[in-house]
Design a protein around this ligand. Sequence first.
Ligand code: MTE
Length: 331
Amino acid sequence: MKPYSPPYIPASEITPKDTFENRRAFLQKAGFGVAAGTIALLNHPVRAAETAVKSPIIQPVGAGKKIAQYKKTAFGAEEKLTSYEDVTTYNNFYEFGTDKSDPAKNAKLFKTQPWAVSIEGEVKKPKIISLEDIIKLAPLEERIYRMRCVEGWSMVIPWLGIPLAKLIQWAEPTGNAKFIEFITLNDKQQMPGQNLPVLDWPYVEGLRMDEAMHSLTMLAVGLYGEQLPNQNGAPLRLVVPWKYGFKGAKSIVKIRFTEKMPRTSWMKAGPREYGFYANVNPNVDHPRWTQSSEKRIGAGLFAGRIKTQMFNGYAEQVGQMYAGLDLQKNF
Ligand code: MTE
């Protein structure tokens, strides 16, 4: 594991300039001259090809590949949605760079077809399932979820997907399966950020079995009625609305059932800062900033911060799973 340099920035002032300066500082701390880091990114074939493409950074909603059939649900119907533009240009997907604007630019040529997921570990027998077969496991549905990033900002996103529970049932886990690992594609050729030691690649996240089986937990294949844009984790990503956003592993290629609690990429990077549970909790601050409030992206300059809710406001649905667990220790 390469020395850890915190790539996350304090939540209070998130502006493009700050983000840029933090990334410079990060690259320097990580032992890269800024120039060297930049050159490494520029030399990458994907990046080089991408700069040759003169199309606008992002297409407007309605211009992507539409998902023909899905059912609307009442989930989150009362929420004010974050704009498509913010959802698709303000991203964390370190495989494509650490600036918020990097993934939308650098993931344009990312190839997400064909795609299949390998099901491994504590299952009756390991198997591989194609994306096409995954979306046949249950009717696609739209759910509007509040999403809270550990950095202190939040969004409201209309996801399209299936309950993860449907895939778990199909996978036939053994009685030993207590946790699940979600593993992102490992491909330095396509993912320039994987050439930097930001995290221990590939990106690994995990859930306890009951969390994974919970009806709020989704495998998402789309947002805003369209297939997932690459920068949001195409073609398949995890969405767990009561946990900090880093739980939502993107571009998943492996799902591994385990007996032991997985060591996730963020736990390895900063064990005191990023716990396995990562439940949204306004009472447990991040060591370097408060978690009691958040900035809603797109709310406007004068909107001010809003109070963060326990389990991101989903306590009624999920609180019971943590009864008796010390949430200060198990952050
Ligand atoms: N998955 C991978 N593979 N790599 C990442 O860097 N970032 C996580 C999560 N999933 C990340 C990832 C973090 S920190 C957040 S907040 C969310 O993705 C952001 O998802 P969004 O960009 O779709 O809003």
